[in-house]
Design a protein around this ligand. Structure first.
Ligand code: ADP
Ligand code: MG
Length: 380
């Protein structure tokens, strides 16, 4: 595929063309681990995850848009979430618990707005000023593929400063839920490609579309949330945490986060999208437990490649596009971070895969399937 021309020449010089198993061997028990003790964590984005090319313009950007961010009273968020009612709890991650809530619109008129309130853990958080600066920075960031930060709350509680973040509510859960939770019907091939593309656009914007470069830090399937039309939006960007299984080898070795470590994590998610498997699955046979090791046995150009594809796709995908996505993932998963593609290149590559998919009759759709559902399209 033409998009591979973009970074083909670099590929020749690297010593490994496939994913590196070393990172997949990270302990699965630590699924979501706070890295706030890490050297790369707990710093202002303009220092650790961003290169301050022009601090003045960043300041101007803050001033221009900072007022968009709402400052909530704790009581407001308490009543919004029915006193952080367990029934409204959406989930729990490395940062704390997330609750569904309803807030009044800013002008007080009209229906209440659904939000997700993230109640941050107390331990390991950085100083207040720094936290506020980060939050205000994240409040400025706006893109169709990024979850909007609506506001925040920071108050002195009985047990130290309480910090909460208020995000727009995403009604269709996360990519992780749809890929791995058997209670969901599974995602069609086309939707998987569209989700990958949207997520790549969000990342590309953080890396290259702002005046400062924002490293996502914790890119993974559970941070790709889906809106009511199943459009992907990334949450938790810029927050100081990293999750094992998605972490790049250079990050593990040096503790230094770069935009290229995000590209690695993106490659991991691409393989999750293709296979419907998690980075580590303890209940699989030994040689299948580590996703990145297992897929190496079925090269993208090989005859047996389709063996890795998610059975839940029921063979309804274009093999050509799937091979290209696997090659793209391999490009993201090279050891030398400098040889990984830029997210802009990833976006282009995925666009081409989508185009390829739209042109290709899904050849692997079995005739039996077609008989069962007369008149149904080969794609959902
Ligand atoms: N803006 C949101 N809208 C709807 N649900 C959300 C939102 N943010 C987070 N969630 C839900 O809360 C869960 C926990 O989120 P989080 O604390 O970020 O942990 P993690 O990303 O590790 O799963 C997510 O898996 C997701 O289902
Ligand atoms: Mg999250």
């Amino acid at each position: 595929m033409a998009c591979f021309g973009l970074f083909k020449s670099k590929k020749k010089t690297r010593n490994s063309s496939g994913p590196n198993p070393a990172t997949a061997s990270a302990p699965p028990s630590n699924v979501s681990t706070s890295r706030s003790d890490d050297s790369a964590a707990g710093k202002h984005p303009s220092k650790s995850s961003a290169s301050t090319s022009s601090p003045r313009s960043i300041l101007a950007m803050y001033e221009e848009k900072a007022h968009n961010l709402r400052v909530f009273e704790l009581d407001e968020l308490r009543s919004a979430t029915n006193d952080f009612n367990r029934m409204l709890k959406l989930g729990e991650g490395g940062f704390g618990s997330v609750y569904k809530g309803f807030i009044k619109p800013l002008d007080g008129k009209g229906d209440r707005i659904a939000v997700a309130v993230k109640k941050l853990n107390q331990h390991g958080v950085q100083g207040h000023k720094q936290w506020l600066a980060e939050v205000q920075f994240l409040g400025v960031v706006e893109h169709p593929n990024l979850v909007k930060l609506i506001g925040y709350c920071a108050v002195d509680g009985e047990r130290g400063i309480q910090r909460l973040l208020v995000y727009e509510f995403m009604p269709n859960k996360s990519l992780e839920d749809h890929l791995f939770n058997r209670n969901y019907p599974g995602l069609s091939w086309n939707l998987r490609l569209q989700i990958a593309l949207g997520a790549a656009e969000g990342l590309a914007y953080l890396h290259e579309g702002l005046e400062v470069q924002v490293i996502y830090r914790d890119f993974k399937a559970s941070n790709v949330l889906l809106d009511k039309e199943f459009r992907p939006k990334l949450s938790d960007f810029g927050l100081p945490v990293g999750t094992y299984g998605y972490a790049a080898p250079d990050y593990i070795q040096t503790g230094h986060l770069t935009i290229e470590s995000d590209v690695w994590s993106f490659g991991v998610v691409l393989y999750e999208i293709l296979t419907g498997r998690r980075t580590y699955e303890r209940n699989r046979p030994q040689n299948e437990q580590k996703l990145l090791e297992w897929v190496k046995q079925y090269p993208a150009d090989g005859r047996k490649f389709s063996m890795i594809m998610d059975p839940r796709l029921r063979n309804q995908y274009s093999l050509g596009a799937a091979r290209e996505v696997a090659k793209l993932a391999n490009g993201c998963l090279v050891n030398n971070r400098k040889d990984r593609p830029k997210m802009r290149e990833v976006v282009e590559c995925l666009k081409q895969a989508i185009q390829m998919d739209s042109m290709e009759e899904h050849p692997s759709t079995s005739s039996l399937d077609k008989q069962k559902k007369p008149g149904s399209s080969s794609k959902r």
